[in-house]
Design a protein around this ligand. Structure first.
Ligand SMILES: Cc1cc2nc3c(=O)[nH]c(=O)nc-3n(C[C@H](O)[C@H](O)[C@H](O)COP(=O)(O)O)c2cc1C
Length: 253
């Protein structure tokens, strides 16, 4: 008999680096916590492996075709059905120019038909989203995990957060921002990184139980791992090495 309680976990990896993604190091730990707590196994989708035709901007999905996109023959319908069936959706991607990486944006645009139409309605408060999902599985929860190279987490993630707030509503998702992540992965293997990943694993378990994380917890997990002077020295050394090496580091960025 199928387990009625089995939860579906969908992880969307939006880093062009696929498995080598730094963000995915954090996401995998979060998902471990989520899997342990739910007893389910997550399904992973790499955006960079998908065939996605960009949105044509016709808005048919909001009128004529009621939720259906007119573009056929690519991987968006497959992603759409996975999104509709998932209990937990975890989006993982790097911060590119203070926002979504282009590939993630192209996919997001194609999902417009999943949202209800905008009919001039005003939001009654700042927490509300502009769009409702046409179909949403009961209890479905979203988490966003993103990483970047800069230190000032609140400031550099603000444009991205503002965009997701308007789409999903401030209370419609949980977000963990990981500043200075490459340096943490490169230099913190002994102590700092395992400690951080253990906190992230715990956050995944809390997210599975409560469907959200407290503001205190996300703030704690989004703090830069290094003191400003240390980070400046680490980045200075990194770029000096890169500039002198004459080689191309496929995993930098
Ligand atoms: C095109 C591009 C744009 C980027 N823009 C930013 C940025 O605006 N702010 C920032 O702090 N880091 C920026 N970064 C650095 C990445 O966000 C960072 O290295 C991230 O941890 C990489 O994650 P990944 O390994 O999961 O792809 C950028 C990197 C690239 C390649």
């Amino acid at each position: 008999m199928p387990d009625k309680q089995a939860k579906k976990i969908l992880v969307i990896n939006g880093s062009p680096k696929r498995e080598k993604s730094f963000t995915m190091t954090v996401t995998r730990a979060f998902v471990e916590g989520l899997e342990q707590e739910t007893g389910s196994t997550a399904e992973y989708v790499n955006i960079s492996d998908m065939n996605v035709i960009p949105c044509r901007g016709c808005l048919s999905c909001w009128g004529r075709t009621a939720g259906e996109c007119v573009i056929k023959g690519d991987d968006i319908p497959m992603l759409k059905s996975k999104l509709e069936e998932a209990d937990f959706i975890v989006e993982s991607f790097p911060l590119f120019f203070f926002g979504l990486p282009g590939t993630m944006k192209v996919v997001t645009d194609r999902l417009l038909g999943m949202l209800s139409t905008y009919r001039g309605e005003m939001r009654s408060d700042d927490d509300e989203q502009y769009h409702r999902l046409r179909v949403q599985k009961e209890g479905q929860r979203f988490a966003v995990i993103s990483s970047c190279g800069f230190s000032e987490s609140a400031e550099v993630f603000a444009p991205l957060k503002g965009q997701i707030d308007l789409i999903l509503g401030k209370k419609g998702y949980t977000m963990i921002c990981c500043p200075e992540l490459k340096a943490l992965i490169d230099t913190g293997k002994e102590r700092k990184l395992p400690m951080y990943l253990s906190k992230i694993r715990n956050a995944g378990a809390v997210f599975a139980k409560d469907g959200t994380l407290s503001d205190e917890m996300t703030a704690e997990l989004s703090k830069p791992p290094f003191q400003p002077q240390t980070y400046r020295m680490l980045t200075e050394n990194f770029w000096k090495e890169q500039e002198g090496s004459g080689t191309h580091d496929k995993n930098s960025g």
